[in-house]
Every structure is written in C-alpha cells, then in structure tokens.
Design a protein around this ligand. Sequence first.
Ligand code: GCB
Ligand code: CA
Length: 901
Amino acid sequence: MMKITINYKKLHLLLLFTGIILNAMAQEHKRVRQSINEDWKFFPNHIEQAYSENFNDSTWQAITLPHTWNKLDAIDEVKGYDRKVCWYRKTIYISKEKEKQHSYLFFEGVNQIAEVYVNGQYVGKHQGGYTQFNFEITSLIRYNHKNTIAIKVDNRHNADIPPLSADYTFWGGIYRDVYMVYTNDLHFDNSHYASTGVYITTPDVSKDKATIKIRSLITNESSTINKVNICYTINNKFGELVCTTNKKITVGKEIHKQIISENIEIKTPKLWSPLNPYLYTVTVQIKDAETSETWDEVIQPLGLRWFTFSAEKGFFINGEHIKLIGTNRHQDYLEIGNALPDEMHIRDVQLVKEMGGNFLRISHYPQDPTVLEMCDKLGILTSVEIPIVDKITESQAFSDNCFHMAKEMVYQNYNHPSVIIWAYMNEVLLRPPFKQDEQRHAIYVKNVTGLAQQIEDTLRKADPSRYTMIPNHGAFGRYKDARLTQIPMIVGWNLYQGWYGGKFADFDKYLDKHRAELPTKPMIVTEYGADVHARLHSFEPERFDYTVEYGNRYHEHYLKAIMERPFIAGAAIWNLADFYSASRGNARPTVNCKGIVGLDRELKDNYLLYKALLHQNPVVELGQKEWKIRGGTATETSDKCIQRVYVYANTKEVELFLNGQSMGIQPVKDYKACWNIPFVNGKNILEALSRVNGKSYSDKNIIDFKMIPAKLKSKSLPFTEVNILLGSKRYFEDKLLNIVWIPEQAYVQDSWGYIGGEPYRSKTKYGSFPCADMDIIGTDTDPIFQSQRVGLTAFKIDVPDGKYTLSLLWAELVSDIEHEELAYNLGDEKIQEAISQRVFNVKINDEIVEYQLNLTQQYGAEKAIIKKYELNVTNGKGIRIEFEPISGNTILNALRLYKAL
Ligand code: GCB
Ligand code: CA
C-alpha cells in the first residue's frame, strides 16, 4: 500500500509561491498611472504650427509642471497680467509592451482652455480651469518611439466660461499634475467626466448597520465577449478585510456598461466624523471569471456617516450636533502663483485641522485632488463649488459650461465622505450689468434665476445624497426676490459688516433677519473677514487700517455672534490664507490679505483666537506673536515704554512674565487676557503661563524693542534713530530692514513731532478711511507711503549735536490716476478729490533743500520718493524741518532720522 505523506510546509511554500506569481501576473494587467510632469518645453505666446510633430522647440523655455506663466507678472507693479495663449510641448517614449493597452492623457487642471495634440494630430479640447479631464490617445501613439505632445493653453477672458470676474488672479497654465494612464481592453470607464467610473453610495447608515451600494461603469474594448467577475472588497482602516462580494457578468463589446452591486452590509460600522474620521477603503476589481486575473482595479475611500441640516438647530452628523467652523481656501502661495506641489495643498488642510476647524469651503472652484483626500483623512467637512462668480453670461454656451462643470465636480469627487455640499453662484447679483435699465435688469435677474434652477436640478439629479448651496452677498432682498434663497437647500451669506461698510452689530442684525424671514432655510455664513497686513499694528485700530488689531476686533465680534446663534449651521472665514488678486491695491498690493495666515502661511493672530476657542485641550498663545520688532517712546520717568499685550487662551487665567519677572495674573474673558507691559530697550522675553490640573501650558516670544528716549538728549539712553509714519496711528514693522515705523505725534519740547496740519483720509461714499490703499510704485513697503500729514508747517526733532542722515518720504496720494473699480469692494468706492497743484519748499535748519517741490509734476503721483539728506547738527539747535506752501497744501508721508556719528 502506498502511503501518501503530505509535507504541509512544502505545500504551503508552493502555494505561497504560486500566489506570488499569480499576483505578479495579475498586477501586470491593472491600470498604470504615472505622472509626466518633467521635461516640458514652454513658449509664452501663440505660435503657428506649434502642434506639429517636427516643430523645432529647442529654443523654448525648459520647465517642470505644475507651471503658470503669471507667477511674476501678476504680482508686479505693472497693471494687469498676461491673459493669452501659450504652448507647452513634450516628447514621451512609449514602449512596445503598451501596444495592447489603451493610453490616456490625464490632466488634473489647466486654466482655462486646453487643446491637446499628439504627434501633430488634434486630440481634443477642454474648457474650464478647475476640473480634471482626460483624452484617449491610443490610436495616435507610435510604439518604441518618441511621441510628441503639444498643448495650447488659453487663459483669456471668455464670455462663455465661468468665472467671468472675481477677486482672485486667473493664473494661466498647466498648473496641476499631468499623467499617462494605461488600461486594458476591459477597464473602468475613464470617459465619464474623467471620474474613476466607480460611484459609491451609502443609502442607509446607522450605528447598527451600514448599507453600501456601488455603481461601476465598465468598458470592454476587445472584440470578444468576456465573462468577468466584478469584485468588491471593503477593508478597515488597518487594511484588514471587512467583507468581500462579487458579481458575475458577461460583457460584450460595449462601452459604458453600468453594473450595480447588491447591497453590501457592514454590521456595527465605525462611523466617520470630524472627531473620528474613520476611513474604510473600497476596492472594485474587474477579474477574468476563469483565470481570476485582474483586468482593472479602483480603490476609493469609504466614510460611513449620515448628516442633516436644520434651519432651526444647525448641523448634525451621525445624530450629533456640531457647529461647522472653518475657512475658505484659494489655491495659491507666495511667489509661486497657483502651480503648487501636492504637499502645499496637504499642508493647508492640516492648518485648518490644527486650528481646530472642521469645515472647509473649497471656494470658488474645485481644487487639487489632494485637498479632498486630506479632508477625508483629517475629518474636515467640505462644500465644493463651481466657479460662477459675480455674474453670468446669458448664453446657452455659458449655461452648458456650467452644467458640464457641475457634473465634472460631482462625478470626480463623488466618493469623498468629507463632501456634504455642492455649491454654485457666488454673489451672482453683486453688480448686475443692466442696473440702469429696469426692464433689461428684470430679464437678467430672471435668467439668473432660470440658470440657478437648472444647475440645482443638475446637481440634485447627479447626486441626491448631498445638500446644495448658493452663497450670496449681503443684499438680502435682491437674492430673496430672485429666489436664490429658495432654490438651493442651504443659503450661504458672505458678510462683511464692519469691514466694507457698517458696524459689527449690523452683522448680528443680518443673521437675525435671515432667521426671521427665511425660517425654514438652513444657513451658513460662507464668508466673513477683514484685511490684515501682518506687519501693521495699532493701539487705536480703525476700519480699513489693515492692522492686526482691527482684524482681531472683527473676528472676536463675529465669532461670538456666530457661536451664540444655534440656527447658524456653520461659518467659514474668508480666508484661510492671503491670496493674490492682481488688480487689488491694498496695504499689500495685488494681495487680498483677509487670510488668517499669510501667503507664506505665517500664522496671524486671528488664527490663534480660533485655536483657543476651538480646542478642548488647554491653549495659551501670545498675541501679536509675529511682531518681533516693536518701538515707542519711553516715559518721562523711566527708560521704559508701556504697551498693551494680550494672550489668546481657553484657560481660566494666565500669568505673564517679562524677562522672568511676573507682570501679574489676568482672567481670561472671551478667550483673551490683557496686560500693560513696561518694555525695555532691546531684548524683551515675554512668557505666558497657565496652570491646569498641575500641568503648565506656556508660550514665549522674544521682542526687540527699539526705544526712543523721552528726552532725545538723554544720557542714560542715547538717541540712535527714529522712524515715523505721518498722519498715522499705525506701527509698521520692516523685517527686511530690521526697523520699526511708529505713529506720529504732535511736537513735544526736547522730543520730536509735527507742527500743524491734519492726517490725510481717503474718502469713500461710505465714510473715510485712515489711509490710502493704492499700489505705490517703486516700493514693496507700501504702507509707509499710504498715509500722510497734510498742511503741516514744520517737524521738529530735538536731537543732540552730531552727524545725521535724515530721510523724508513722500508719495502724492491725490491724483486723477484711475483705479479699476473692484466689483467686490462694496463700500470702498472712492470719491474723487479735488486735485490741487501742490507746490512747496522744504527747509532744513533754515537751508532750502527742496525748492518748489511739485511731486506730481516732477515724479508723478503714487510714486515712492525718498530724499536723504546729510546733516550736521551743532550748537544744540536740533533739527527743524519747515514746509512752506506755494500752492495747495504741504505734505509729508514719513520721516526717518538716523544718527550716523
Ligand atoms: C467676497 C467674494 C470673495 C472676495 C471677498 C473679499 O464676497 O466672494 O471672492 O475675495 O468678498 O475679500 O472682498
Ligand atoms: Ca496634484
């Protein structure tokens, strides 16, 4: 009798080995997706024949994607930026082994029209700068050969493509990743709005069980009929198998065959929420029914959650109430425009999370795929929108583009659990184009309403599982009359009371008006914010002074009003980061600085306020943390200068230390505690400390204080320099030059100051502002020149004898130079001031140094003029600068005095 012995160990090894081989073979068949960002050629204009295969591009600029051609010209001092046609070219070697496959060029985003050619042949065109698209190029490829890709990119204004106008720069270029994708004959459909071809819904989720349904679009491009298995596998966040099921089907030569899975059930599922963003993965595979080889595979995130918006009580996820608090976001960065690597998108979402936020309004357009990926992982709920901003074009082509973008947005982002809202039409009635003609205006509004309804229908049909929203500006009646508050499921309001116009309290009134007049409509404050230049400070902040402190007041008020009202489902700060807006003046021209972090992601104070409010763990953060170089005048009795300091915290009380000495304990009220601190000349170490349950929480800041003695001839504190902003209450810190500019003062004996005159104020239809905001040409430190004293007769500085360098700084702020009316700058409409021929003499210590100075005539208005004078001060006379008007009023914008010897 034969005895069969089985060596289990060997069998196991054999099985394992075959497994590996089968796997390796199967893997070979799956789709391959590889980036092709490297080694492109760029030509910054249109050029004939650039599409053709043999075109000589050897002189073109060598670039790497992502790329924009507006990186420099959109942020310089010259008005406007290039909106034009440019060309990109690249060669790519494709080997013979790809011959049996299908090849696609896949783009994550090109602004805003892309026309693609391969080997001289036209492939296709995509319109719209913010959505993904792809083209199959299989039939044009030559294998074992170089292939030429040429792309014509156009970012010119196009009346049929939204956005038509907006407060941000429309950077042109291939500014996101580009990929080659290779699939088999049998694959998930790439042609359905460039989505994955796999759509996951969770029609029924509770604590006990979740039902998952998967709809897949499959394409069979072979001529044979195939028996395949569609396999669905769900893994938990550790990669462990939760369940798997499959469906046997037969596919003939067909395109777009739709397969719907049976209901897949998970018992006692782990739910996804901002606090615990538990992610499962869904893998859908097309497998050969006989050999089990995998023909294609798609992996998608799965978050199990349910949510509702209530007009009365706000937002609920998995049955629990949470207030949505977060920010909006644009997709650019300091000096690199919108051509960001993935890591920068990822970091921005992390910033929202670290602040304690749970909401991101991805405005005003769909962004890089990494953004939603990150939101899924970190538990940030999102609203995504199509870029209809400010106005529409009443054309079928415009409407069709809107519908197409809406579908691209939905289908491309369908499976992200973080998405809860699809939005469209940002402030679409901001400046209706036919305001003068009542009848025509009525037709326009009717067309806007009609388009809104059609987009709404499109979105609801494409995705009935989410909410829809229209974000309006603060003109209640206008939107209500146009039914834009009725059509969407949620109304968004972009509110700026106390910034563009009105008072902080008007914000509260507006919120309550919504509650009273639209009692059944859920509401989100989709925008609110104030421009803050991180280098500007004031102890008497005022609207439109761009200081950190005014921004703090604004946010402190708004945040309280939002938190107090349960009917407000959520709020999104405008904006996470400062962003470029080419035609803006502002304290930092070409930049909208309403970010709570800077263009370089430096945290501003507002970020810290939110951090204190939103975190459960103890938070103690010194305010004005970015203000490293301070300055001011010492008191008469000491060589110290007292200035206010504050801390943002969520603890009960905070103790503050200056250079190791306690400055006392202060209670925390509304997340803030304040002290008056006697700064010393030079180094000041500030430390804030809270003790909670025996543990210490602290924050530290080191400040260089540039002290000006009370009496300039002081021996205990010798005079070194002073930098003064005339007509201003602002401090401006110039980190590059390591100096600080301080506010003016009226002349004080033995000290310094102006004599006569009054601060310049920029007049608008809604009151006047403390400074100008136009781009001052010839400087990067515009705020120094944007304020001035008008009609002063003298400026005196009672310095000791010695050698000095005195700089007088001017910029003419009143002129007939026209500035682009910014559509969004509601309340900022300037009133043209009478232009006077301003001519004056300047005398320093009785010597005429400027004879008949006429800034406009000699240099032009809005130009930074710095005149340096060398002075010898003798006989204890100090410095006396006199301004003698010849015609019009005298002016001075800033003054710097430096002791050379
Ligand atoms: C708005 C717009 C946004 C602007 C913002 C502002 O209402 O929706 O695009 O950037 O105001 O800062 O003016
Ligand atoms: Ca990317």
